[in-house]
Write a protein that binds this ligand. Structure first.
Ligand code: PEP
Ligand code: MN
Length: 342
């Protein structure tokens, strides 16, 4: 159980909370995370909770995952989500940025080619992994810093901000030096030291949903980043593990409106990793736009058959162009009231 103190509470307020709990024989620890001061105790009964909440300087008393508070701002009906800026690109303002690029940075030349093509096709951010989370240790692991350099160059040449994954806490400063946005991948959604580390640096964070994570766990992961002081978190639904084998994962589109009811963080959808099949990416990108997503992330390659990873889900640039145009058409249809719900 957490007893949150008001930002203006003086040390006496904290002492009153601790004294009351000690008087009841209950262990209590005072801590501060991300500037928020609070007292943690084992769960207490309703009467004690009410007494604590009534103390001067106490903001509120929360239990369990309900204590996730920075990530749980709700969007009132008709109100826009919190906006997150990545250079000139804004998530959450209705503009529907399209993040596109290869699964992995495979080399400077091919990346420059892909970057120019995705820019031409309507992408607003360039993606590409330099540190790749591969299932097999014998698969291509990414180019590391050489890949980051290529990504930076491609971003600068095209004017597209770049987003790339960071897997290791020790690499956070390195990746943050080159990237405009740091990605925490599905497999690391509950890597708590990594979340805390990206929370302590200022670049915005694209947090992908763990493949077996509930939305509560997803928001609690976002809370780690937010509690570190970084308020630029964009959530990404990328498919969850289910029993079907028709698609690589199962896109949980319900997560988009469901998250909207629980958080004001922008939500984007990655139909590439959700399906693993290029031919299913465009329909699901349209569906994400219709479900109220704030953008999409898709994998694109100029020669998909040459992709070193995730070749089957890579779109051609011309397919991306169509996808972007269709998503924007869906969004503007919603805005002009052709559809009444989003
Ligand atoms: C990626 O976007 O590069 C990636 C590896 O995706 P995920 O973490 O969702 O599997
Ligand atoms: Mn991939």
């Amino acid at each position: 159980m957490l007893v949150f103190l008001r930002p203006d509470a003086d040390p006496a307020a904290r002492e009153r909370v601790l004294a009351l709990l000690r008087g009841e024989g209950i262990r209590a620890d005072h801590r501060t995370t991300g500037g928020q001061s609070f007292v943690e105790t084992p769960p207490a009964g309703e009467r004690l909770r009410d007494r604590l909440a009534a103390l001067p300087g106490v903001d509120r008393v929360e239990t369990g995952l309900a204590a996730v508070r920075l990530a749980e701002g709700r969007v009132a009906e008709g109100e826009p989500a919190r906006t997150v800026e990545v250079g000139p690109v804004v998530f959450g303002d209705g503009s529907f940025p399209v993040i596109a690029g290869p699964c992995a940075v495979e080399g400077r030349e091919v990346l420059l080619e892909i970057a120019a093509a995705v820019r031409q096709a309507g992408a607003s951010l360039l993606r590409g992994g330099a540190f790749k989370p591969r299932t097999s240790p014998y698969s291509f692991q990414g180019l590391g810093e050489e890949g980051l350099k290529a990504l930076r160059e491609a971003g600068d040449r095209t004017g597209l901000p770049v987003v790339t994954e960071v897997m290791d806490t020790r690499d956070v400063p390195l990746v943050a030096r080159y990237a405009d946005m740091l990605q925490v991948g599905s497999r690391n959604m509950q890597n708590f030291p990594l979340l805390a580390e990206v929370g302590r640096q200022p670049k915005p964070v694209l947090l992908k949903r763990g493949m077996a994570a509930t939305l509560g766990e997803f928001l609690a992961a976002a809370e780690y980043v937010l509690a570190g002081g970084n308020r630029g978190v964009v959530l990404c639904e990328r498919g969850i593990r289910a029993f079907g084998d028709e698609t690589r994962n199962t896109l949980d589109l319900a997560a988009v409106p469901a998250l909207r009811l629980r958080t004001d963080l922008p939500v984007v959808v990655d139909p590439s990793h959700a399906t693993g099949r290029a031919e299913l990416v465009r329909p699901l990108a349209r569906a994400a736009a219709a479900a109220g997503a704030d953008g999409v992330m898709v994998e694109v390659h100029v020669r998909p058959e040459e992709s070193l990873c995730d070749a089957r889900q890579a779109l051609l640039p011309e397919e991306l162009e169509r996808l972007a145009a269709e998503c924007h058409a869906v969004r503007s249809a919603l805005r002009t009231g052709v559809y009444t719900e989003a």
